[in-house]
Design a protein around this ligand. Structure first.
Ligand SMILES: [Zn+2]
Ligand SMILES: [Zn+2]
Ligand SMILES: [Zn+2]
Ligand SMILES: [Zn+2]
Ligand SMILES: [Zn+2]
Length: 304
């Protein structure tokens, strides 16, 4: 019968760790954080915290949870470097911060033909700026169009209806969470068009403006019958989002630029964005849009 020198209780063979001829419990000598054996070390002795054993160095890398204030080794970090316990670390979809008093909402998407609603977290700060009323929608449109015009982006109709949606009534978009959608028809002479932009009903102001810029550029592409490969079309629309977010000059906008654009690994939305950004850097907005019109000229364009 062996007795563990640490806790003075009997050790069974299955639960034993042998160190320098002495037999310990695994829980007494296996570090709860890193899973390695904790050797005797006078300078950095074994540490016990909340009933678990740790290396001195492992425990002292514990972090204080910014939500509950307790020290934790099983922590997660938000985009801004704050730490929280794994169970408190709910990250706001829109700003990348931990959600304190926040709420969840359901984001709808379609996967393998089935409609799914996935819960997402949204923080208080983002919650209060959600765009809800027609006046708020028009204010966002005005701000986006002003930025567009100042950058030489013209030819986008100013009267496209914008409707908020919970995105539940949409047809199948396999596994994609839909942020915004542009529906439309254009007559061959472009004299008549009918567009409608659907926006997710849970967008804070900054996100709303970014997504709206994206959708308005889809309208421009449709109106001028510009035929682009999918990655170039989404890339161009994402450039519009970038332009609008950059003007915000806020932490939240920087986060969105980084997360939805710069770090986006999607071959269409991310690679397309980087591809079009290279063209934009060479040509500027006016030059890029003129080039797209020219490259896609149809006989009807030549008549003009
Ligand atoms: Zn023990
Ligand atoms: Zn350890
Ligand atoms: Zn916590
Ligand atoms: Zn937030
Ligand atoms: Zn798009």
């Amino acid at each position: 019968m062996k007795v563990c020198p640490d806790c003075h209780k009997v050790v069974s063979a299955l639960d034993a760790v042998v160190l320098k001829g002495k037999t310990y419990h695994k829980s007494c000598r296996i570090c709860y954080k890193c899973g390695q054996v904790i050797e005797d070390n006078l300078l950095l002795p074994k540490q016990v915290y909340q009933g678990h054993s740790y290396h001195y160095s492992c425990l002292n890398s514990a972090q204080v949870c910014c939500i509950c204030g307790k020290k934790t080794l099983h922590y997660v970090r938000d985009y801004w470097g704050n730490t929280a316990c794994a169970e408190h670390g709910h990250i706001c979809l829109y700003c990348g911060s931990f959600v304190r008093e926040g709420q969840t909402f359901l984001f709808s998407c379609v996967r393998e033909g089935q409609k799914l609603s996935e819960p997402r977290w949204i923080c208080d700060k983002c919650q209060v700026s959600i765009v809800r009323t027609p006046e708020e929608i028009e204010q966002c449109r005005k701000e986006v169009m002003t930025i567009f015009k100042a950058n030489g982006i013209t030819g986008i109709p100013e009267d496209i209806p914008i409707r908020l949606s919970d995105m539940k009534d949409l047809p199948g978009f396999q596994g994609k969470v839909i942020w915004g959608l542009n529906k439309g028809r254009v007559s061959s002479s472009r004299a008549r068009y009918s567009f409608e932009i659907l926006m997710h009903q849970n967008f804070p102001r900054v996100v709303f403006k970014g997504v709206l810029a994206h959708e308005l550029l889809h309208s421009w592409i449709a109106l001028y019958s510009i035929r682009l490969p999918n990655n170039e079309e989404e890339g161009l629309c994402n450039l519009g989002e970038f332009l609008v977010l950059k003007q915000e000059k806020s932490k939240e906008a920087d986060y969105l630029i980084n997360w939805t654009l710069e770090q986006n690994r999607d071959p269409v939305y991310g690679d397309g964005y980087r591809l079009m950004k290279k063209r934009l850097e060479k040509l500027g907005w006016k030059g890029l849009m003129d080039a797209l019109l020219w490259e896609n000229k149809t006989p009807e364009h030549i008549d003009l």
